[in-house]
Design a protein around this ligand. Structure first.
Ligand SMILES: [Zn+2]
Length: 361
């Protein structure tokens, strides 16, 4: 067998995607907002413009949300797993959580508010710029933390999947060739779904990491079933789509922080919000739509993750058979020391039941 020696590597394309979707796209929207605010200092027209932008995002979030909801609902109907579809109660709970978030954020921002008031003399452009900077900074910190652990995982994963398995995979399923490396990794905390994952190493160049336990406990056919699930993620472009949603979240978060700042300004007596005039009305519409938009986007992201797993399963099942994949998924929790369970209420149970259902036809 060929000896591999992996050098320290960076998932370059991951950074390209992050720059494109989490930095450039939110920055472009933010600069448009700032430009407008700066050139139209009338507060009413500023809020109208912001409302317009949020309205567009609200429509997009609603559209995506209801499209994943419809698809997931169809799956749930097949096997009676309704607890994986969103309900109105979930939405209300989410909005209540958001109120707590606002209170907490408000508390933090109070420290900056006095400074901002002394700088801005009540200029909304300064508040918007501040909100955008905080939002981008927060996302930046999160990305660095996430990427650091990802890179550490890639660099410690030195054991390649057997060459003959990869050769067979590439021969039978050409789509798998987009993944240039398959390695066993010490995945400590298994994800909610499986203990394997893909990340990008270049345009159309992916790396696939699989729990090292699968090396010892799965036979070649079972391992190929797991790898094909990952190929399904690659084929459906799931990584790129996730970054686009995160970028949209950054924009919504900026405007949410901005609306919290206006509230604080009003509480500190620097801005009159609670009276009957167009400005207060526009503010009310803004805060309602920005919270609704981010709620729907959060829900979209969560339920889309379920759909992504189901579609990756479908890809794998198409190649090796639904019952075969169901059998492998069914035994995974027993193979790895993890909180992962298989039962009638778990997502794994949902997936296994869906596969069995599709095999019946
Ligand atoms: Zn998956």
């Amino acid at each position: 067998m060929m000896e591999r020696n992996y050098k320290r590597r960076f998932p370059i394309s991951d950074w390209v995607l992050i720059t494109l979707y989490v930095l450039i796209y939110p920055l472009a929207v933010s600069l448009t907002l700032i430009f407008f605010f700066y050139n139209f200092s009338n507060k009413i027209s500023q809020l109208i413009f912001l409302n317009l932008i949020i309205f567009i995002f609200l429509l997009i979030s609603l559209y995506f949300y209801q499209s994943v909801f419809r698809k997931l609902d169809l799956y749930a109907k097949k096997v009676d797993f309704y607890h994986f579809t969103p309900s109105l109660v979930d939405l209300v709970i989410h909005l209540i959580k958001q109120v707590y978030y606002v209170l907490f954020l408000g508390l933090l921002l109070t420290f900056f508010l006095e400074f901002l008031i002394s700088v801005s003399k009540n200029d909304l452009t300064v508040y918007l710029g501040f909100s955008i900077s905080i939002s981008l900074l927060l996302e930046g910190i999160l990305i660095v933390i996430r990427m650091r652990s990802k890179i550490a995982l890639i660099n410690t994963a030195q054991e390649p999947v057997k060459e003959n398995i990869i050769a067979n995979l590439n021969l039978d399923y050409p789509e798998s060739m987009k993944i240039s490396e398959y390695r066993f990794a010490d995945i400590q905390v298994p994800s909610l779904f499986l203990s394997a994952g893909v990340t990008t190493f270049g345009l159309n160049n992916y790396i696939c990491l699989v729990s090292r336990y699968f090396n010892w406990k799965l036979n070649d056919e079972e391992l190929i079933a797991v790898l094909l699930h990952e190929v399904g993620h690659v084929k459906n472009n799931h990584i790129r789509k996730t970054y686009m949603i995160i970028g949209t979240e950054v924009i919504l978060r900026s405007i949410r922080i901005f609306s919290v700042l206006l509230l604080l300004l009003s509480i500190s007596g620097n801005l009159e919000l609670f009276k009957i005039d167009p400005f207060s009305f526009l503010y009310l519409v803004l805060i309602l739509s920005v919270f609704l938009a981010s709620a729907f986007l959060t829900f979209f992201l969560r339920y889309r993750t379920y759909l992504a797993e189901i579609s990756a399963d479908e890809y794998s099942a198409n190649e090796i058979g639904a019952l075969e994949l169901a059998k492998v998924l069914r035994k995974l929790p027993k193979l790895i020391p993890s909180p992962l369970v298989y039962d009638q209420s778990s997502f794994l149970g949902f997936r296994v039941n869906l596969l069995r259902d599709s095999a019946k036809k």
